[in-house]
Design a protein around this ligand. Structure first.
Ligand SMILES: *C/C=C(C)/C=C/C=C(C)/C=C/C1=C(C)CCCC1(C)C
Length: 244
C-alpha cells in the first residue's frame, strides 16, 4: 500500500513544449481570477448593473470549473476534452446573449430578442459539436451550418433589432454595445479557425498544425474575460455619470 501511494505521482508532469497543457493551466487561473474580480466588485454598483456584472462573473466561473476538468483531462489522456469544451460553451455562450439583452433593457429590449440570440447560439454550438465529435467525416457541412447561425447572430447585433435598441439607448450603452459587437465579429471568429485546425475538410493543412485547443483556449480568454470587462467598464461609466 505504501509503495503504491509513493509510486503514484499526485500531479502529472508538464512538458515544456506542451502548449495545450500550459494554456489550459493559465486559462483556468485567469478565469478564476476574473470571477473573483467580477463577484467582489458587483456590490459597488446599483441594481441595474449588478445583474450584468453577476452574469459576467458566472460566465468566467463556469469556464474556470470546466478548465479545471479540461486541464486534468488533457494531462491524463493527452486528447481534446471536446465534451467538456462544448458543455462549457453551451452554458456560457447563451449567457453572453443574456448580457446583450440586459444592457439593452434600458432601451426597452424584449425577451424575444434574448431568446432569438440564445436559440441561434445553441444551433451554432450543437451543429459544431456534431461535426467535431459525432460526424467528423462531414465536419465541413456541420461547420458550415454552424457558421450560418453565427452569421445570423452577427447580423442581428450589428444591423438588426439589437443595433436599433443600442442607438435608442445612446451614450455609454451604445459604446459598450459596439465593443461587444466587435468581440462577436472578430473574437468569436477565432473559434471557426480552431475548428478548421482540428477537423478534416478542404481546409486541412491551412493552419499548419497549430493545435485546435490552443486556439480555443486563446479565444476563450479573450472573449469571456474581455466581454466581462466591457460590461464592467459600462457599469463604471454609467454609475459615475449618474452621480455627476
Ligand atoms: C466562451 C465561449 C465562446 C464565446 C464560444 C464561442 C464559440 C463559437 C463562436 C463557435 C463557433 C463555431 C463556428 C462558427 C463554426 C465551426 C464550429 C464552431 C462551433 C467552432
Amino acid at each position: 500500500m505504501e509503495n503504491l501511494l509513493t509510486s503514484l505521482p499526485m500531479v502529472a508532469k508538464m512538458a515544456t513544449n506542451d502548449y495545450v497543457g500550459f494554456t489550459f493551466f493559465v486559462g483556468c487561473m485567469a478565469m478564476m481570477a476574473a470571477s473573483a474580480f467580477f463577484f467582489l466588485s458587483m456590490n459597488g454598483f446599483d441594481r441595474k448593473w449588478k445583474t450584468s456584472i453577476l452574469v459576467s462573473g458566472l460566465i468566467t466561473f463556469i469556464a474556470a470549473v470546466h478548465y479545471w476538468y479540461m486541464r486534468d483531462y488533457w494531462a491524463v489522456n493527452a486528447e481534446s476534452p471536446t465534451f467538456f469544451r462544448y458543455v462549457d460553451w453551451i452554458l456560457t455562450v447563451p449567457l453572453m446573449c443574456v448580457e446583450f439583452y440586459l444592457i439593452l433593457k434600458v432601451a426597452g429590449a424584449k425577451k424575444s430578442l434574448m431568446w432569438r440570440l440564445i436559440f441561434l447560439s445553441v444551433i451554432m454550438l450543437v451543429t459544431g459539436y456534431l461535426g467535431e465529435a459525432v460526424y467528423r467525416d462531414q465536419a465541413q457541412i456541420w461547420g458550415l451550418i454552424s457558421g450560418i447561425a453565427y452569421f445570423v447572430i452577427v447580423y442581428d447585433i450589428w444591423l438588426g433589432q439589437a443595433k436599433k435598441l443600442a442607438q435608442e439607448a445612446g451614450g455609454a450603452v451604445l459604446k459598450a454595445h459596439k465593443t461587444l459587437c466587435w468581440f462577436v465579429l472578430v473574437g468569436w471568429a477565432i473559434y471557426p479557425i480552431g475548428y478548421m485546425a482540428g477537423t478534416p475538410g478542404w481546409y486541412e493543412g491551412i493552419f499548419g498544425g497549430i493545435s485546435m485547443d490552443v486556439i480555443y483556449n486563446i479565444g476563450d480568454a479573450i472573449n469571456k474575460i474581455g466581454f466581462g470587462l466591457v460590461i464592467y467598464n459600462l457599469a463604471v461609466t454609467a454609475t459615475s455619470d449618474s452621480n455627476a
